[in-house]
Design a protein around this ligand. Structure first.
Ligand code: AGP
Length: 610
């Protein structure tokens, strides 16, 4: 989704802004632009496509200056064209970059047109530039102009604003979209994400909803809150090493992140396992009280995180005896849920900035939940700050748009939650067996990743296909959903995940020799049922690709079945393990198809608009 970088420094900021945009590329975008204050005038370049296209413009005609704003745009209002790319200017008096959606822009636009302003883009953002210009014409400061303009905007925004009337000032604001302040030595920055600024600082202020910030020459930072009061926000030191956000020797971030899973799973477990269980304190000092009052759970998430929630439902109900509901955030936030007493509200999110998930949390606050728990990968994110308690997944920066290590570490966190809530219910032996299985999980994952070459060979069979079906049963049904999501988002092959028992209720009609059917078949209580479902596929001429436990007895002597064996694992952890081959399969199919693996078309890493 759109990315913002801004800087006010005592050196040329063009390179800082450009590097920041490159570091935000992972968020997904379709055009890029930059405005720099040069000799008290706004100078701008905008280009469609990758940041490299903007870089070419800068090579041909540099934009030197000590204050600037830059942007990567993910189109919402108007096609990806240079005219729609940000920054948007009003008569060279104001420049604006914006992430979010101004929902009342049409009315504002009509008013501004009536006042003589000419619009040069189809975006909602341009109204902000013209409104600010109108305010400045009345003689107010830039800060006051932004403050007054914000009062007229509906919807969500993170903004960066400049004007030649105050050439060494950049104003930022956030409401519903992320924005951080980078604190330098005698210089200050803004960005959608700390990763954009790690080349210049590791100290950040996370702006609160409704905050307005003024950055001035000399590193001066002034924040006022939504009540208009001057506030001091804490400065956090970013915990990741800068190298964590680079590809290293891997061809793609996604492949690097798949192979990081054994290590990050180990980190996610560190210090959280007791000898025979998981203490509630692992979730923070307030968790024991909250968990003691928890009778049921409502899980809310989007996309891959939603799939993690679906797996957790099987775990929490079976091993902790806690009733669980799971729903996608975009639906939940507009429902009228009936909240049973003692329901804990759990959100799952890699980024902690997903607009729908955040809105669902805010909506839930007035509904009588016993409390809220965020399971999240980004410390300091809005979701973490706004939840009662939070458990960090410690996966490190995930740059590939397709979520991999974030998903498996979410599953680890959810298994920890299951064990913490199930302490009094499950037998000591059962808990101890699961704790031991978790301890050896990183090594078991490592063994699965050794299948990479075999999976790459298997991928050949998919390169020419247009559709695929993924099947699983029980807690492996969400694994099938996740496998299908991975394949469709990075290879653009249409894929669906189904509970295998549902085949005969419709999707079997699609099965023929052109429809690859991928199944996960761990050795669990539903194995025999699954095997019957797979026979239904074979009987219709379908091509089967099965990831299975050793010795499950799936006959692969005929050409229509290929089986890859995975090492044995505690039944409860199988969904986590069986996810890995599906990630690798999607990856290799996408590489064969030549798609943009890390930044698939039309998608954004962090979906900060509704
Ligand atoms: C996963 O591969 C996706 N890119 C997407 O579904 C993602 O999981 C979803 O947008 C939720 O993001 P979050 O975990 O950051 O909230």
């Amino acid at each position: 989704m759109c990315g913002i970088v801004a800087a006010v420094a005592q050196r040329n900021v063009e390179g800082i802004l450009l590097e920041g945009l490159k570091r935000l590329e992972y968020r997904g975008y379709d055009s890029a632009g930059m405005t720099v204050m040069h000799r008290d005038a706004l100078t701008r370049h905008r280009a469609v496509g990758k940041v490299a296209a903007l870089e070419e413009c800068l090579t041909d005609a540099p934009l030197p200056g000590r204050a600037g704003i830059a942007h990567t745009r993910w189109a919402t209002h108007g096609k990806p064209t240079a005219a729609n790319a940000h920054p948007h200017h009003s008569d060279d008096q104001v420049a604006v970059v914006h992430n979010g959606i101004i929902e009342n822009f049409e009315g504002l636009k009509r008013e501004l047109e009536a006042d003589g302003y000419t619009f040069t883009s189809q975006t909602d953002t341009e109204v902000i530039a013209h409104r600010l210009a109108a305010m400045l014409a009345e003689g107010v400061t830039l800060f006051e102009a932004v403050q007054q303009t914000l009062g007229t905007l509906g919807g969500a925004y993170a903004l960066g604003v400049m004007s030649p009337q105050e050439p060494d000032v950049v104003i930022g604001a956030r409401q519903g979209s992320p924005l951080v302040v980078g604190v330098g030595i005698d210089e200050a920055f803004l960005a959608s994400d700390p990763l954009a600024l790690l080349q210049v600082t590791d100290r950040f202020i996370y702006l609160e909803e409704g905050d307005l910030v003024e950055l001035k020459d000399g590193g001066h930072i002034c924040i006022i809150d939504r009540q208009g009061q001057r506030v001091e926000r804490p400065v956090h030191t970013f915990e990741y090493a800068d190298g964590a956000a680079s590809k290293g020797d891997y061809r793609h971030f996604m492949l690097k992140e798949i192979f990081e899973q054994p290590a990050v799973i180990r980190t996610a477990l560190e210090g959280r396992l007791g000898k025979t269980g998981v203490p509630a304190e692992s979730f923070g000092p307030d968790a024991p009280g909250l968990f003691a009052r928890t009778r049921q759970i409502q899980i809310i998430a989007c996309g891959t995180s939603y799939h993690a929630g679906l797996v957790a439902r099987y775990w929490l109900e079976r091993y902790a005896g806690v009733p669980v509901q799971v729903e996608v955030a975009s639906e939940f936030r507009y429902r009228h849920p009936v909240v049973a007493d003692g329901t804990l509200f759990v959100t799952l999110s890699q980024s902690g900035e997903t607009a729908d998930t955040l809105a669902a949390l805010r909506f839930a606050k007035g509904l009588g939940y016993v409390g809220s728990l965020a399971i999240c990968n980004v410390p300091g994110s809005s979701l973490v700050r706004e939840s009662d308690i939070a458990l960090m997944t410690h996966a490190g920066p995930e740059i590939g748009v397709a979520s991999t290590k974030a998903f498996t570490t979410q599953l680890v966190a959810l298994m920890l939650l299951t064990l913490a809530l199930g302490r009094d219910r499950a037998s000591g032996d059962e808990q101890a067996a699961m704790v031991n299985a978790l301890k050896t999980l990183p090594d078991t994952c490592r063994q699965v990743l050794l299948l990479d070459d075999d999976i790459e060979a298997l991928a050949q069979a998919f390169a020419e296909k247009r559709h695929a079906l993924f099947l699983g049963r029980g807690a492996h049904f969400p694994v099938a959903l996740e496998g299908a999501l991975k394949l469709k988002e990075i290879s653009y092959i249409h894929a669906e995940g189904y509970p295998a028992g549902e085949l005969k209720h419709g999707p079997l009609a699609l099965v023929d020799s052109d429809m690859p059917v991928i199944s996960v078949a761990p050795n669990d209580a539903l194995l025999e049922k699954l095997k019957s479902n797979l026979q239904e596929v074979r009987a219709r001429g379908g091509q089967l690709f099965v990831f299975a436990d050793e010795g499950v007895g799936i006959d692969d002597s005929d050409d229509d079945v290929q089986v890859l064996h995975l090492p044995g694992v505690h039944e409860a952890l199988a969904p986590l393990l069986y996810t890995l081959p599906l990630q690798l399969l999607s990856y290799h199919v996408a590489v064969l198809k030549g798609t943009d693996v890390d930044q698939p078309r039309n998608l954004a890493k962090s979906v900060t608009v509704e």
